[in-house]
Design a protein around this ligand. Structure first.
Ligand code: SD4
Length: 344
């Protein structure tokens, strides 16, 4: 009798194990690293990760890490982040950013001009106002009242050159279609900064897991190069450019904002993880959602997701090849290349 019970128990557990294995295999690979851990979009994320890592390894909060981290990119002369970024089609740099912590607190700014660190203004919105999002002149007014310096509106040398080049090519007809797709960077509206394709993306989205096991995320950008004046992308929109749920995981997005917004991309990825998908599989499912929604309108756009679950498993997926992301942990400091829908 006892043997029969043991046999039944063993075979039940065996089949549970089998189911578990089948599920994991179907969900696709993800890599797991111990906390603390920080991930960010594109190669430029390496430098940003270093600043975040200093906070994390000292036992600091993920929230502080993701703010400090992306400030490095906002300070650098990047094509697509901070005041050195490409302007809108009227020649003004307008910045979008958001931040979210482990308790669902979040703050955001959009269409913000002449302020060096939009991510810090977003954090102040989160901590000092009853609101989640401030835009345009109101966001700028709030920033100044909080002691942020109003910087010059002059474009950086690179941005000026790039803007001139774009005006010559486009005759002001259209905003750039896509600033993300490395594979398609030589079209009439491709806003390459130095015509070598290395400068046509870089929005930074960062997600981190601290030693206490808490997640936070940040995202900051000058948005799509040569966009229409007033255009806001996914990056400052909680749920599109960034989402954090401490019980599940976090996701940050980069790519054509309009298409990330269409599917509330980062929130969607977190929901897929909540339902059992690994981070990479969740990112892939979100890309697949856009593919089936837009069908032949998928055109030349690029969208990319980077995700981590609450245990430190992480992964990414993009629509087209070319998306890279930077990882920093105790064991590694590395650039990964994500898989893409069109690799398949
Ligand atoms: C936007 N998602 O404004 C941003 C662009 C981006 O790297 O990701 N650039 O649509």
């Amino acid at each position: 009798m006892l043997d029969r019970r043991r046999f039944l128990l063993g075979s039940t557990l065996g089949s549970l194990g089998l189911l578990w294995n089948q599920k994991s295999a179907a969900m696709g690979p993800s890599k797991k690293l111990d906390a603390p851990l920080v991930l960010s979009t594109w190669d430029a994320g390496l430098d940003a990760n270093r600043a975040a890592w200093d906070v994390l390894k000292a036992g600091g909060r993920a929230l502080d890490a993701v703010e400090k981290g992306v400030m490095v990119t906002e300070d650098s002369l990047n094509c697509c982040v901070g005041l050195g970024g490409n302007p809108d089609r009227d020649g003004f740099v307008t910045l979008d950013a958001c931040i979210m912590d482990e308790q669902g607190n979040c703050g955001s700014v959009a269409y913000l001009e002449r302020i060096k660190h939009p991510i810090s203004v977003a954090r102040r919105v989160m901590e000092k106002t009853p609101h989640v999002m401030l835009v345009g002149s109101g966001a700028q007014q709030f920033a100044v009242s909080e002691g942020f310096k109003l910087e010059s509106a002059e474009l950086s040398d690179d941005a000026q050159r790039s803007y001139k080049q774009w005006l010559e090519r486009s005759h002001y007809q259209s905003p750039a279609k896509n600033i993300e797709n490395k594979q398609n960077q030589h079209g009439p509206f491709a806003p390459t900064r130095l015509d070598d394709g290395q400068w046509n993306h870089d929005t930074i989205g960062m997600i981190a897991l601290d030693q206490q096991g808490n997640l936070s995320g940040s995202c900051t950008t000058s948005g799509a190069g040569f966009k229409m004046r007033g255009r806001v992308g996914d990056s400052p929109l909680i749920g599109s450019g960034l989402y954090v749920d401490n019980e599940v995981g976090a996701c940050a997005a980069t790519g054509q904002g309009e298409d990330i917004i269409r599917i509330a991309g980062s929130h969607l990825v977190v929901e897929f993880m909540r339902n059992g998908a690994t981070p990479e599989e969740a990112c892939k499912k979100a890309v697949g959602r856009l593919v089936s929604m837009r069908k032949n309108k998928i055109g030349d756009i690029q969208i990319c997701f980077l995700a981590m679950d609450r245990t430190g498993s992480f992964g990414a997926f993009s629509l087209r090849p070319g998306f890279t992301y930077a990882v920093r942990s105790r064991n590694e400091e590395k650039i990964y290349k994500s898989k893409s829908w069109f690799d398949q």
